[in-house]
Design a protein around this ligand. Structure first.
Ligand code: CO
Ligand code: ZN
Length: 329
């Protein structure tokens, strides 16, 4: 499986939370080649099951991305919207977004209505429509849009929208494609609606009832000018999550990750992310609790149209997932 190709394909698919059909179809077509069964549950989570004995292990990566959802259109044809996931509101001004039907628009701000930073209520989307009627012919309340952000490679680094979390999807999809023999019962779950509160992961974990779970997602880095203090650096290996706002990772899972990385010569670093959480947060609180850890891809400029990650880090995350899945626990 060509990592760059699947990353490019998947980051450029538009699937905001609650609207995951397009990305799910892409992943389903690939996953079906490598496992015993692939199914979609009521929430829309896609599960690829590789049957086996041993431990029941769940790997989760969310396939949704942040975006906006249309709430109203004014008389002049400007579209009002709400956030889907954690948008940085002041940074949205003048960015371009694309709706599921392909229509693009520019986010504008009512400059005279605020001092300093704009609120969401000060922003609108201009799709170039002449008036309300023209706008409503193209866009309806409830339509979602995502950032426009093309895929480019700069040396070993890649830049694109939606590396959060198509990079994580690529990690577990590629690991799935490479695992030949495993003593374990493996579930690779591509979850929905993570960006609006880990919603898909919660029901998927309840259904699967895993003994061990690992969420794969992006994490911030502390390696840019004036970045907040954080030990994670882009290009320094797979990040083994210790903690984020949603979870204290299970110590057994964490130590097995570290042993596996050491044994197989996989570069790794320890991660504490003080802002935000991941699917791991929902999974570990399912039923009577699940031993859960996280593997993270160090990523700069998360939740922007230009997220940046390192291809070697992504490959090292693939190796770590493969190593965890293939061993006796
Ligand atoms: Co995110
Ligand atoms: Zn994410």
């Amino acid at each position: 499986m060509d990592t760059l190709k699947i990353l490019k394909d998947m980051t450029q698919i538009n699937s905001a939370s609650g609207n995951e059909t397009a990305i799910r179809e892409y992943i389903k077509t690939e996953a079906e080649k490598y496992c015993d069964e692939v199914y979609v549950d009521a929430m829309g989570n896609l599960t690829a099951h590789k049957k086996g004995g041993g431990k029941k292990i769940m790997f989760a990566a969310h396939m949704d991305e942040i975006g906006i959802i249309v709430t109203d259109t004014d008389d002049k044809g400007f579209i009002r919207f709400s956030a889907v996931g954690g948008l940085n509101i002041p940074n949205l001004v003048n960015l371009r977004v694309r709706f599921s039907n392909g229509i693009e628009g520019v986010i504008g701000a009512e400059e005279d209505k605020f001092k300093g930073k704009p609120a969401l209520s000060n922003l609108y989307i201009d799709i170039g429509a002449a008036d309300k009627k023209a706008a409503q012919k193209q866009i309806s309340v409830g339509d979602t849009a995502v950032f426009v952000g093309g895929f480019v490679k700069r040396g070993d680094n890649i830049i694109s929208k939606a590396l959060d979390n198509r990079a994580g999807c690529a990690v577990i999809l590629k690991a799935l494609s490479e695992i030949k023999e495993s003593p374990n019962d493996l579930y690779f779950v591509f979850t929905v609606q993570e960006e609006v509160g880990f919603r898909g992961a919660r029901t998927a974990a309840f259904d699967i009832e895993p003994e061990i779970a690992v969420a794969v997602d992006v994490t911030d880095t502390g390696d840019t000018p004036s970045a907040p203090t954080m030990a994670v650096e882009m290009g320094k290996g797979a990040a083994v999550k210790v903690m984020d706002r949603s979870i204290m990772c299970d110590s057994l899972v964490r130590s097995v990750m570290i042993e596996t990385a050491k044994r197989e010569g996989i570069p790794y670093q320890l991660e504490i992310m003080t802002d935000g959480g991941t699917d791991a947060g929902a999974i570990h609180l399912t039923r009577a609790g699940v031993k859960t850890g996280g593997i993270s891809i160090p990523t700069r400029y998360i939740h922007s149209p230009s997220e940046m990650a390192n291809i070697n880090d992504i490959e090292n995350c693939v190796a770590l997932v493969r190593g965890l899945a293939s061993q006796q626990w």
